[in-house]
Design a binder for this molecule. Sequence first.
Ligand SMILES: Nc1ncnc2c1ncn2[C@@H]1O[C@H](COP(=O)(O)OP(=O)(O)OP(=O)(O)O)[C@@H](O)[C@H]1O
Length: 535
Amino acid sequence: MAPKRQGLPELPPKQLEQEIETVKALSSPTPQRVLVAVRVRPPVIERKNAQKFDKPLGYDPTATCVSYNLNNSAVTIAWPSDAGPPRGQSPAGGASKTAPKEFNFDSVLGYEEGQSSVYEKVVEPLIRKCLEGYNGCVFCYGQTASGKTYTMEGPKRGTSMEIPTDASDKDTGIILRVAAQITKHIAEAKTKKPELEYFVKASYLEIYQEALTDLLVGRDEQGELRIRQDPESTTGRELYISGITERSVSSIQDYVKVLQMGGRHRTVGETNMNEASSRSHAVLTFTIEERRKPSEGMSAEEAEMLAKHGRKRSKIHLIDLAGSERANATGATGDRLKEGSAINQSLSSLGNVINALTTGARHVPYRDSKLTYLLSDSLGGNSLTLMITCITPTLANHDESLSTLRFAERVKKVRNVAKVNVDATMMRIMQMEAEIRELREILSKCTCGARRAAQDAWTMAGGAAGKDASTSMSMKLPWWKRIWKQCTVCVPSKTTSEKMWPNGRVAPVNVARSMPMTETAETVLKSVKGKLTFA
Ligand SMILES: Nc1ncnc2c1ncn2[C@@H]1O[C@H](COP(=O)(O)OP(=O)(O)OP(=O)(O)O)[C@@H](O)[C@H]1O
């Protein structure tokens, strides 16, 4: 018997079916709208800082005006009838402005929702897809002090304002939980799929007043960062940042270091509304590359092919946006005021992009700001994207929460088309390997016609006659189905005693046991595989 071919192990039928389905799913682009979750933080800050609302307002600014229903993911914002008139309105006027307004989202995360629950409900499923090869983006949007950094990183504690650095800490934010999910996935893959290896890199930048800063190096070591398009990417337009530092990360400690270093360099300042307010947009990017190791017995040509094409790459952006702010509420003057207006300016560009994307405008003004240009892959592009909208529930922030919810409702309409970032040649190889595995499975079960079927396959694939495979094969039927059709002994009556296998295929009815593959079949498979893979 011929020696077993390396790198093409026999798979049990169920696993085989799954693999074929996965390859098929991976090869087709997935239209997907941007997912929107709303997180309502508890009114902790307003209640702690109640004395800051020194002006008589005519209503209690710490009272709540937001309610939610977790069952139908609805958020309602209403000015309570007994609270007195809203800011700048007479008691009689503005009834329509104060009427309850209900919004529905993909998910609503209430006060009682801890960090791990937020992660499990909305982030974990998206990262799981990213680990299959899709690009992903999670960004937090909301007014200042609404809980964006808390959601992304966790609470800042103590005098040094340190964030949690233990992935299993109940307060740990999204970033380290993503890191834990990636490392767990890779550790499991190493045992389940030894033919694969993984490389993960992290980069971290901030956009401060329209300038890009590399957060993984000090101020004196900054190179020039530019947003560029990568012509070799899946879309040919994927963005990357030239000149940015990329650190290899493999253990949780590596990720913690990246987060801490970025945190040290990020621009944060105190305002009336937040003692540690982010004054910039921060973009942390993990690039995950899955490579196929060359297998034993591979020719130099095959190994070279694999090194060139055998890669799957996904990018995960985790973005903590700076919050919109009203100067009179933050008490900002001088630098803080300038920062606030730059933040509002770029958020307004983001609003314009969302408007253009959701109204079918011919031109989407991505290039109006660095933030929108960087987000262009994630909004309307090749990415699975989740926006976590952070709002505060108190009357003091009623207007901001309402406009944030209105913005979130528009974002919900943005459509992306996500595609697994696999080299096209590699995708073809994967499809064909799956087909070959299926064929081997069929042949191994054929008690009679393996030789004949294999011979037919060989003939159909061009075989001894040297004909071009595509001309000798039916354009409609995959070649293994042709073999199936021609196997007359194992399937004595295709009409009377048909038995269906999964996927609606007709099974041979008198297969009693698996037979070892004949030498001829093995030889044919080998030759066909060579043809198909590298044709
Ligand atoms: N879900 C929550 N539970 C408890 N405390 C929270 C929650 N969300 C936010 N906080 C607290 O609220 C304060 C403001 O949160 P945070 O700094 O995350 O806001 P932000 O939206 O990032 O603000 P900015 O835009 O100004 O940077 C912090 O003290 C934070 O610990």
